[in-house]
Ligand binder design. Structure first.
Ligand SMILES: [Zn+2]
Length: 511
């Protein structure tokens, strides 16, 4: 304990165990150096004052605990950043923790090196002297959205990743699971670029290519045999892919192999099902099922096992709270299969509700805008005042609400397409979940911590001490709007959404 001490260790000991240090110096250093001892007493005298604030003591070590684990953001991207303070204090703010709890008001939140360090009532939390303080009175904080059906492609556009990533981040989505890739190679590259700080966007959990079956889309993988499936999954898993998606025409035999191989590779499987029922897939051990009631084939009449056919009228006739539906949902709950809600994209095909908002039209490419206008024109000619699709939307909502209330893990994602854009559509999902009957905190939980749960990432999705500070500051209350995003924090940086959005005008659909 005499020479060549690790500075941090000495400081730690001085702050926490001054007597121990003194004793150690006295017993170990022979002969006692009087000068050193005097100096030590002086340091101890100063420290004893500091000891009165155990809070500052903790902060010193918080800085050494929460070291940023990411490379710094490329300097060219700093134009998008508003805050990059190592220690930030947000005062007088309303917080939704993402765990389903009601909001807490007049809170202070201390963030150090991209982690939540301390939070509580503003009157009780001490602010470190070196912190950058932001008075957030009238603002609301929610966890960054964790979207689990958040593609980097849209129909007929195999990769829109660069613009999509910006739209996601600017809309408060800080982590996405892409739930099927049309260009898996490009997804993996973009995910790496973001991780290395060379591009901005949410953290991306990549997917492999879709698996389908005979009569399925030829652009997807139609397995030739068992080996073909296993080779494909091993190939993409080796590239870091952790999710695989089975699509409508997948055969039951192939799905079982996909699940088996993916699990062997520590990856997960979700399905947009049709040929295989929810019950069959759940019993096979699938991890998640997409879209809910709309893609349930369990209740189709005249369905051939293993084939995507049969009537869809069940959606209109089925009693959602019947024993047979509850039995299916209970099976999913027991087997821990999650369900992903994608209400915004469903709404986009309902003539009475398929309207693009101003901001979406601004970001869409001229071609996508013209497509939208054409669809609108056709909708005007459709004579269906009591739209079947509108009624179906309500039933899809009912199915999801019941599943959640029974204890199921409901997650959400945008499934971008039509005029439903990455990020904007996630925000729309929040509004539609509210319409489905969920409280603000329930809808948030579905979109944040439930997503984190199925991604096996407990470090994100909630606002809690010690967790990663990926969060969103909303201007005003959440009741007012989830769209009024002031700043988005991710990996230690506070992004200005307006700066990001100014670079995507007319761009979505050009890549
Ligand atoms: Zn999709």
């Amino acid at each position: 304990m005499c020479e060549g001490e690790n500075y941090i260790f000495v400081l730690h000991t001085i702050f926490n165990h001054p007597l121990k240090l003194l004793k150690s110096v006295i017993t170990n250093c022979k002969p006692i150096n009087l000068k050193k001892l005097t100096l030590l007493f002086l340091i101890l005298a100063v420290c004893s004052c500091k000891q009165t604030s155990s809070h500052k003591d903790k902060l010193l070590f918080a800085n050494t605990t929460f070291t940023p684990n990411r490379p710094p953001l490329n300097r060219n991207l700093h134009k998008y950043i508003k805050y990059k303070s190592d220690t930030l204090a947000l005062t007088h703010v309303t917080i939704f923790d993402g765990k389903g709890n009601a909001a807490k008001h007049d809170q202070t939140l201390i963030i150090i090196n991209g982690h939540f360090y301390e939070m509580g009532s503003t009157s009780e939390i001490k602010i470190p002297s070196h912190a950058r303080v932001l008075n957030a009175k009238g603002k609301t904080i929610i966890p960054g959205i964790v979207g689990v059906h958040n593609h980097l492609h849209i129909p007929r556009f195999p990769f829109v990743g660069e613009t999509a990533a910006k739209l996601y981040l600017a809309s408060g989505v800080t982590t996405i699971q892409t739930c099927g890739a049309a260009s898996p190679e490009q997804e993996v590259l973009l995910a790496e670029q973001i991780e290395k700080g060379n591009a901005i966007g949410p953290n991306i959990i990549t997917s492999g290519p879709y698996f389908t079956g005979i009569n399925g889309n030829p652009n997807l993988i139609i397995p030739k045999n068992e080996q073909h499936i296993r080779d494909t999954i091993q190939y993409w898993a080796a590239k870091g892919v952790r999710w695989f998606k089975a699509y409508r025409n997948v055969s039951p035999e192939d799905l079982q192999i996909i699940i088996d191989e993916a699990h062997q590779q520590n990856a997960k499987v979700t399905g947009h099902l049709c040929s295989v029922t929810f019950e069959e897939a759940t019993k096979m051990g699938i991890d998640g099922i997409e879209h809910g009631l709309n893609s349930t084939s369990d209740f189709r009449k005249n369905k051939t096992p293993g084939i995507c056919n049969g009537s869809r009228e069940y959606i209109d006739e089925l009693e959602i709270n019947s024993a047979e539906v509850k039995k299916l949902q209970q099976l999913m709950i027991d087997q821990q299969a999650f369900l992903t809600s994608t209400l915004a994209i469903y709404e986009a095909s309902i003539p009475e509700r398929a309207f693009a908002d101003e901001r979406s039209l601004e970001a869409m490419s001229p071609y996508l805008v013209s497509q939208y206008q054409e669809r609108r024109k056709n909708y005007e000619h459709q004579s269906s005042p009591d739209s079947i699709r509108l009624k179906r939307l309500k039933r899809i909502m009912e199915f999801e609400y019941q599943f959640y209330k029974m204890g199921g893990t409901l997650t959400a994602g945008v499934d971008a397409g039509r005029h439903v854009l990455p990020g904007y559509g996630d925000q729309r999902n929040f509004e539609l979940l509210r319409e489905a009957g969920f409280t603000k905190q329930e809808a948030l939980k579905i979109m944040t911590s439930n997503g984190a749960q199925v991604l096996d990432n407990p470090d994100i999705g909630t606002i809690e001490k010690g967790k990663k500070a990926d969060f969103v500051i909303l201007e005003g209350s959440l009741e007012n709007s989830i769209r009024n995003i002031e700043y988005v924090f991710k990996d230690g940086y506070g992004y200005d959404p307006q700066q990001i959005l100014s670079t995507v005008k007319d761009k979505f659909g050009l890549e």
